[in-house]
Design a protein around this ligand. Structure first.
Ligand code: PMP
Length: 558
């Protein structure tokens, strides 16, 4: 057990190891489940290799190339050590978890599988759903879902009952079990050792997505007992574009390589090829050498600090939850989750939540404007977010470099944002209402996102609203990361969205449309107009696509 003072010192020691924090930044980074900041040794190893020792691997025989190959293979040893693999040759370097799961799914055939059912957990990331759907289609198999339990207070829960049900679903007809070690939305650590034991009992392959686990807890693939374990470097303090597919050696041997090319072969002729043994058989083409060199340092750092990382993040998670509870934020991810007796902790530092009485989308934008980096959306887990009965939710995710001061700053910003949004909702005047189209000038004059967003929210109340009965497939506009409906009613374009921020954008576009002479409407450049108002930079790529769709409808007269 560490004292409070020791924990604070621990977090400060971790923070010092991340160059991102060396330059004073007002940013509170709480989006490590999307990607982590990079460790000092990762940055310097990548820099040193590039500037002093760069050569390709597994090819040249001159000393520089041999040394590069040795370094690259040392990384394989380090990663094997991190997850307690039997041997380094069980570590395949990929571009990330997504490629790893595709590599497995694309490499399987009927001969390697017992049964006809692919079991996928309800909370999986799309990367652990789509490749299995494609495999099911290719081999004529069935997808079956391991569902969470419904709970009125907190949405979805994983309880002892859920666990028993899942075990009974892993039956003789199960060919594959695909499950995350830790959910990227709920932060729940699933009892993968027990699930994999059952899978092995019925002769099913188990594929565990460890993307959200490796940086935060002890991972031991022997203890888990899975057949495959995958993860991404960029979520464990290493560079982007590198990841790992660990497999039991005999499983890797049976798997067909889906990526073909140089270095994965021992013999090639125009009539065919002989593949190298694993892992090289899966590493066609020049690999991401720099990524692998960086990954080596990250793996070593995590291995040497696992206990402290886990202790610090668990303490910080408890601190965060207590503060959120005091704010009465409805955190659906925290509930009667079964605590697995074999896992020391039942959650990692991921908290997804929707606030009560406040528009979630507007809250997210308001927090961005207050220098809080968090994620709002569906987190590439649409089936889960749908099952929760929401369009999207906010998510904060912690890593070893986060401190209590970060959480204090976040909670303070959250409280201020909620209060601001509530008071805005209660004021129904555009302010100051001095002239027609004054809102246009107010938007232009607002010199930061916080102020522009506030103007958008005020403006959202001026949107000619589309009646409920007309919000249907015909009037729906896709994209925007929110639901949007747009339709002409008489001479007026009317619209609605479940997001207040998007209602504000719709109001801008529709009020402008209305103000233009009808001959000018088709020619008007709405995208340029949004740029002139200084709004463009504040939308995500997804939302920009949706806005483009709205503009297309406007140009067609909706
Ligand atoms: N699985 C999980 C649980 C994830 O959180 C992510 C990334 N958000 C992925 C898979 C995909 O990782 P990548 O995009 O690095 O391939």
């Amino acid at each position: 057990m560490h004292s409070q003072a020791e924990m604070i010192q621990l977090s400060l020691n971790f923070r010092k190891r991340f160059p991102f924090y060396h330059n004073a930044t007002p940013m509170v980074y709480l989006d490590s489940a999307a990607t982590t900041q990079k460790l000092d040794k990762v940055v310097s190893a990548v820099h040193d290799f590039s500037s002093k020792r760069n050569a390709s691997v597994h090819r040249g025989a001159y000393p520089l190339a041999n040394a590069a190959t040795k370094e690259y293979e040392r990384a394989r040893n380090e990663v094997a050590h991190l997850i307690s693999a039997n041997e380094a040759s069980e570590i395949v370097f990929t571009s990330g978890a997504t490629e790893s799961i595709n590599l497995i799914a694309n490499g399987l055939d009927k001969a390697q599988l017992n049964g006809n059912k692919i079991l996928i957990c309800e909370s999986e990331h799309h990367a652990n759903i789509l490749p299995w759907q494609a495999l099911a289609k290719r081999l004529g198999m069935q997808i079956s879902i391991l569902k969470l339990d419904r709970c009125r207070r907190s949405g979805l829960v994983f309880t002892e009952t859920t666990f028993q049900r899942w075990l009974s679903q892993i039956d003789d007809d199960t060919a594959i079990l695909a499950c995350a070690h830790v959910s990227n939305v709920l932060g729940v650590i699933y009892p993968v050792p027990s699930l994999c034991e059952q899978a092995s009992r019925v002769g099913a392959l188990s594929v565990i997505d460890g993307t959200q686990a490796v940086a935060h807890m002890l991972v031991n693939v022997q203890h888990i007992g899975c057949d495959f374990y995958v993860f991404s470097g960029h979520k464990m303090y290493a560079p982007t574009g590198v990841g790992v597919c660990w497999g039991k050696y005999e499983r890797l041997e049976a798997l067909s390589p889906s990526k073909l090319g140089g270095e994965m072969v021992s013999k090639v002729s125009f009539s065919g090829y002989t593949a190298q043994p694993p892992p090289l058989k899966f590493e066609a083409g020049t690999p991401n050498i720099l990524g692998v060199i960086g990954l080596r340092e990250a793996a070593r750092f995590i291995r040497e600090n696992t206990q402290d990382i886990q202790a610090h993040e668990t303490q910080l998670l408890g601190y965060t939850l207590a503060k959120l509870k005091a704010l009465s934020i409805n955190c659906f991810s925290y509930s009667s989750v079964r605590s697995d007796e074999r896992a020391e902790h039942s959650h990692i530092g991921i908290i997804s939540f929707v606030p009560i009485d406040v528009d979630s989308d507007a809250l997210a934008h308001s927090l961005y404007a207050k220098d809080i980096a968090l994620r709002y959306g569906q987190h590439c887990a649409m089936p889960l977010v749908d099952a929760l009965g929401m369009k999207a939710c906010l998510r904060i995710s912690l890593a070893c470099y986060n401190t209590q001061a970060d959480i204090d700053q976040f909670v303070d910003a959250l409280e201020r944002a909620i209060n601001e949004l509530k008071s805005l909702a209660n004021s129904d005047q555009l302010e100051p209402q001095d002239a027609e189209n004054a809102w246009e000038q107010h938007l232009k004059d607002a010199n930061n996102w916080s102020e522009k967003h506030r103007q958008l929210l005020l403006l959202s109340k001026q949107l000619p609203s589309l009646p409920n009965a007309l919000r249907n497939k015909d009037s729906e506009v896709h994209g925007c990361e929110a639901q949007v409906w747009l339709k002409k009613q008489g001479d007026t374009l009317c619209a609605h969205s479940d997001s207040k921020t998007v209602r504000g954008i719709l109001a801008v576009l529709l009020l402008k449309h209305q103000a233009l002479a009808s001959a000018d409407r088709k020619r008007f450049d709405y995208s340029q107009y949004l740029r002139e108002l200084g709004l463009e930079n504040y939308f995500s790529a997804g939302r920009k696509d949706g806005i483009r769709n709205i503009i297309n409808r406007l140009e067609q007269g909706a």
